[in-house]
Design a protein around this ligand. Structure first.
Ligand code: F6P
Length: 326
């Protein structure tokens, strides 16, 4: 193996730059050349790439976003896309491709593997944490702290005005971020897929009961996106009407994707990236994702990273429900 390609794909996540840095440094230690493709898989189709040296990754560990840019790639999903991408990789003599992204990006890897003769390895990079085969994804810890910072500020104004707030956090189809942000911000309610569908009447009753028990006070609901089809503002309005108390909506949105990665994300990214290169060199990483489970580094089949077997913390789910609903 002489030359590896790397790219960041899908929703960017804080810590992707830390991963790029560690991939380049580890590769160069093993005399491997690193080619960075820009804009996710699009960089392969558009031949948008550059050789990355140790100099290129100097002082990027603390930067949010990704120096390679990220994107989703429609072309890879077209019938002839994987073949075209594989041809470009062969022409550029890329012996292995490392993809930093979520399960959607890994599905792209699987499609590519039908035609590409090199090794394909994944690194879990998404704020959603919804990737099987690793306890945490690169970016989740930072997004959690960012959400907490925002919710703590909302608590100040909510307390001052004795208001109810509905805060929507990201996490497509999954509640990892909502559950963690809700627990750590002492939210009165958490709405996420793990707790099932929303019952507006139930929620409104709970707000009223809370106000009777604790005086008016502030009441914060943390909700995972996609839990209410008409969006947080519509739900807040419905709750205002049914509970008889003013409920305001705040959608945290993309600010959760930005910012300097926290230490945990920098370390996870560094560790998984170094491990991925070592496993590639040992010939064990093809069609695998590098992850960490229960403190152990390991490889997990890329094909099954999106099966959603990873469970949210059932202990905390039960604690929240039993303790705050009394
Ligand atoms: O997968 C990461 C993520 O931020 C999700 O939480 C969110 O649903 C989605 O990406 C948003 O995608 P986009 O940036 O394309 O709107």
């Amino acid at each position: 193996m002489k030359r590896i390609g790397i790219l960041t794909s899908g929703g960017d996540a804080p810590g992707m730059n830390a991963a790029i840095r560690a991939l380049v440094l580890t590769a160069s230690q093993h005399q491997l050349e690193v080619v960075g493709f820009s804009h996710g898989f699009n960089g392969i189709f558009n031949r948008e790439y550059r050789v990355l040296s140790n100099m290129d990754v100097l002082h990027i560990i603390q930067l949010g976003g990704t120096i390679l840019k990220s994107a989703r790639c429609a072309q890879l999903q077209q019938a002839d896309g994987p073949q075209i991408a594989a041809d470009v990789l062969h022409e550029l003599e890329i012996d292995a491709l490392v993809v930093i992204g979520g399960d959607g990006s890994f599905r792209g890897c699987m499609a590519l593997s039908q035609f590409y003769r090199g090794q394909l390895v994944g690194l879990p990079g998404t704020i959603d944490n919804d990737v099987d085969g690793t306890d945490y994804t690169i970016g989740f810890a930072t997004a959690l702290d960012t959400a907490l910072d925002a919710i703590d500020k909302i608590r100040d104004t909510a307390d001052a005005f004795e208001r109810t707030f509905l805060v929507e956090v990201m996490g497509r189809h999954t509640g990892y971020l909502a559950l963690a942000a809700g627990i750590a911000s002492a939210a009165e309610q958490i709405i996420c897929p793990e707790y099932g569908a929303i019952d507006i009447q139930d929620l409104a009753n709970d707000i009223r009961r809370f106000q009777q028990n604790y005086g008016k006070g502030s009441y914060i609901i943390v909700m995972a996106e996609t839990m209410y089809k008409d969006g947080a503002t519509a739900l807040a309005q419905a709750l205002s009407e049914q509970s008889g108390t003013e409920c305001r909506a705040v959608v945290l949105g993309h600010l959760q994707r930005g910012g300097s990665p926290v230490g945990a994300d920098r370390i996870l990214a560094t560790k998984l990236s170094a491990y991925a290169i070592e496993q590639l060199l040992a010939g064990r990483a093809h069609l695998m994702m590098a992850g960490e489970q229960a403190g152990h580094l390991g490889l997990y089949p890329l094909a099954t990273t999106g099966e959603k077997h990873k469970k949210a913390d059932t202990y905390l789910l039960a604690w929240q429900q039993n303790t705050l609903q009394q």
